[in-house]
Design a protein around this ligand. Structure first.
Ligand SMILES: Nc1nc2c(ncn2[C@@H]2O[C@H](COP(=O)(O)OP(=O)(O)OP(=O)(O)O)[C@@H](O)[C@H]2O)c(=O)[nH]1
Ligand SMILES: [Mg+2]
Length: 480
C-alpha cells in the first residue's frame, strides 16, 4: 500500500442490489476530486458545505470526456445522490472524506468509482481506510482489529467483545502496563548511570513486587485467550461416536432442521458436516462426523481421518452412545482416547429400553480418568422425543465459555497475535526477575524490560513494521 498523500476511493456498502450504495473518498484531494463528479442542488462548492450534513445533488459523468470538457458541457445525470463531507482530522481516516450515497445498484456505485478514478482518485486496497485511520492516530492497532471483529461478529457476545476492544478496553490495559514498565525501566537505567555512586532509585523488593504483579496480570490476559477466541469465532463442537449411535440425528435435533442424512445403515455419514446454532448469544459451531470403526472401505476411512482432524481442533466434544445397546469395546476405547477436551457424554436413544445406565458410563470414565483437568458432563437424550436436547445446548455453552464472559469487568484477549506477544512479554518479565534473583547487572534487567516493552508496544501498534500491518489489513474488505 502506498503513502498517505494520494486520495483513495471504494464502495463502502456490500456488493449487489440494495436501497443505498455508498462510495467513500478519502485523502488530501477528496473535495476537489469529488467536486468533479457531483453537482449540488444548492450550487454550492463541495468544500463550502457544512461538514457532517447531507446535501442533495446529482452524479454526472461522461466517460468519454475529460473533466475540463465536462465542465463546459452537460453530461448525463447518472443518479440522484446525497453527499456528506468530513474534514480532517475529524473523520474516520483522519483525512478529508467525502461520502456519496447513491441508489444501491451495482452499476451505480461502480460508475461513481470509475468517475472518481478518472478524476484522480485511486481505488483503495482492502482495509486501506482503517489503515489510514491507524497511521493518522485515530485508532491503535487493537482498535483497528476490533473494527474487523465488529464487521465479522457472529453473535451478540462476539459483537460486545469487539466493541469493548474498539472502545479501547484492551489497549487501556496494555498501555497501563507499558506506562508502568517505562517508569520501572527508567529507575533501572538510572541505576546503571549512577550505579557506582551507590544511589538506589527503587528498592529492589519493590521492583520485584511490581514486576511479579505485572507478569501475573499479563498471564491472566494470556489465559483469557481461549475464552476470547471462542466468543469471537464460536464454539467448535464435534459430535463423535461409533456408527449408528445417532450423531447425525443429534446434529439435526440441536439445529431443529433436517440437515444431515440419517439412516439405520451404519456408516451413513462420510464427510464432515458443519452448521451453526446460537445459544444465549454465543455461536456453537457443530461438526457431524463419520462413525468411527475398523473399516476397509476407502471412502469410510477417508471420512474417519477427516473426523479425526476436526476432533483435534475441537473446543468441546459431544461423545454419543446408544443407550439401547450395551457399551462396545469401541465405545470404551473412545472414552479412553478422547479425554484431552471438555466433553459431554450423550446417552442417546433414551426413548428405547435401556441397556446402559449413566452410572455404567460414569464408571468407565472414572476407570480411565487420569489427571484430566477437563470437565465431563453426562446427558440422557432422545432425538425422537427431544429429551435432553435443550440441556445439551446449555451445557455445551457453559463447558466452553464458563460464566466469566458475563462479567463485563474482565478484559478478554481474542486474537492469537495478541496472545503470542503477551507471552513474549511475560517471558521477558520472568527473565528480568530471574536476573535480579541471580544478582545480575542492571543492564541485564533493563534488556529484558525493553523486550517486554517492545512486545506490548507491538500489540497496540506503537512498535510496528509494514509486514505486520499488511498482514492485519489484508483481512479487511475493500471499502473499510
Ligand atoms: N429410537 C431412537 N432412534 C434414534 C435416535 N436417534 C437416532 N436414532 C436412529 O438411529 C439410526 C442411526 O441414526 P444416525 O443419526 O444416522 O446415526 P449416526 O451416528 O449419524 O450414524 P453414522 O453416520 O452411520 O455414523 C437411525 O435409524 C435413527 O433414526 C433416538 O433418540 N431414538
Ligand atoms: Mg451420521
Amino acid at each position: 500500500m502506498s503513502a498517505l498523500d494520494d486520495t483513495i476511493c471504494a464502495v463502502a456498502t456490500p456488493a449487489g442490489e440494495g436501497g443505498v450504495g455508498i462510495v467513500r473518498v478519502s485523502g488530501p484531494q477528496a473535495f476537489p476530486i469529488a467536486s468533479n463528479i457531483v453537482r449540488l442542488r444548492s450550487a454550492k462548492a463541495l468544500s463550502d458545505i457544512k461538514p457532517y450534513q447531507l446535501y442533495l445533488g446529482k452524479f454526472l459523468w461522461d466517460q468519454f470526456q475529460t473533466y475540463d470538457q465536462v465542465k463546459q458541457s452537460s453530461p448525463a445525470v447518472l443518479d440522484e445522490v446525497l453527499i456528506v463531507n468530513m474534514r480532517a482530522p475529524r473523520s474516520y481516516t483522519g483525512e478529508d472524506v467525502v461520502e456519496i450515497h447513491g441508489h444501491g445498484g451495482p452499476l451505480v456505485v461502480r460508475a461513481i468509482c470509475e468517475a472518481l478514478t478518472q478524476a484522480g482518485a485511486r481505488m483503495a486496497e482492502p482495509g486501506e481506510f482503517t489503515k489510514r485511520a491507524f497511521l493518522n492516530g485515530r485508532l491503535d492497532l487493537t482498535q483497528a482489529e476490533a473494527v474487523l471483529d465488529t464487521i465479522q461478529a457472529n453473535s451478540l457476545h462476539s459483537l460486545k467483545l469487539a466493541q469493548e476492544h474498539l472502545q479501547g478496553g484492551l489497549s487501556g490495559v496494555i498501555q497501563g502496563h507499558r506506562d508502568a514498565l517505562v517508569k520501572l525501566l527508567a529507575h533501572v537505567e538510572a541505576e546503571m548511570d549512577f550505579g557506582e555512586e551507590d544511589i538506589q532509585f527503587i528498592e529492589q523488593h519493590e521492583l520485584q513486587e511490581n514486576l511479579r504483579k505485572m507478569a501475573r496480570a499479563i498471564e491472566i490476559l494470556v489465559e483469557s485467550t481461549q475464552e476470547g477466541r471462542i466468543i469471537r469465532e464460536g464454539i467448535r463442537t464435534v459430535i463423535l461416536g461409533r456408527p449408528n449411535v445417532g450423531k447425525s440425528s443429534l446434529l439435526n435435533a440441536i439445529l431443529d432442521t433436517d440437515r444431515a442424512i440419517v439412516s439405520d445403515i451404519p456408516g451413513t455419514t462420510r464427510d464432515v458436516l458443519e452448521e451453526s446454532v446460537m445459544v444465549d448469544g454465543v455461536m456453537i459451531r457443530l461438526f457431524d462426523t463419520a462413525g468411527l470403526r475398523e473399516s476397509t472401505d476407502e471412502l469410510e476411512q477417508e471420512g474417519m481421518s477427516r473426523a479425526e482432524a476436526v476432533i483435534q481442533r475441537a473446543d468441546v466434544l459431544i461423545m454419543a452412545f446408544d443407550q439401547s445397546h450395551s457399551l462396545t469395546e469401541q465405545d470404551v476405547s473412545f472414552i479412553k482416547l478422547y479425554k484431552q477436551k471438555p466433553r459431554v457424554m450423550v446417552l442417546n436413544k433414551c426413548d428405547l429400553p435401556p441397556k446402559v445406565s449413566l452410572e455404567d458410563l460414569q464408571a468407565h470414565v472414572k476407570q480411565h480418568e487420569t489427571q484430566n483437568e477437563f470437565e465431563t458432563e453426562y446427558i440422557q437424550a432422545s432425538t425422537v422425543s427431544g429429551e435432553g436436547i435443550e440441556e445439551l445446548k446449555r451445557r455445551l455453552k457453559t463447558l466452553a465459555v464458563g460464566k466469566r464472559h458475563e462479567a463485563v469487568d474482565s478484559v478478554l484477549v481474542s486474537r492469537l497475535r495478541h496472545k503470542v506477544l503477551l507471552q513474549q512479554a511475560t517471558e521477558a518479565l520472568q527473565n528480568a526477575l530471574a536476573a535480579i534473583d541471580d544478582t545480575q547487572s542492571a543492564e541485564c534487567v533493563a534488556l529484558e524490560l525493553r523486550v517486554a516493552l517492545q512486545a506490548l508496544g507491538e500489540i497496540v501498534g506503537v512498535v510496528t513494521n509494514e509486514d505486520i500491518l499488511d498482514q492485519i489489513f489484508k483481512e479487511f474488505c475493500i471499502g473499510k
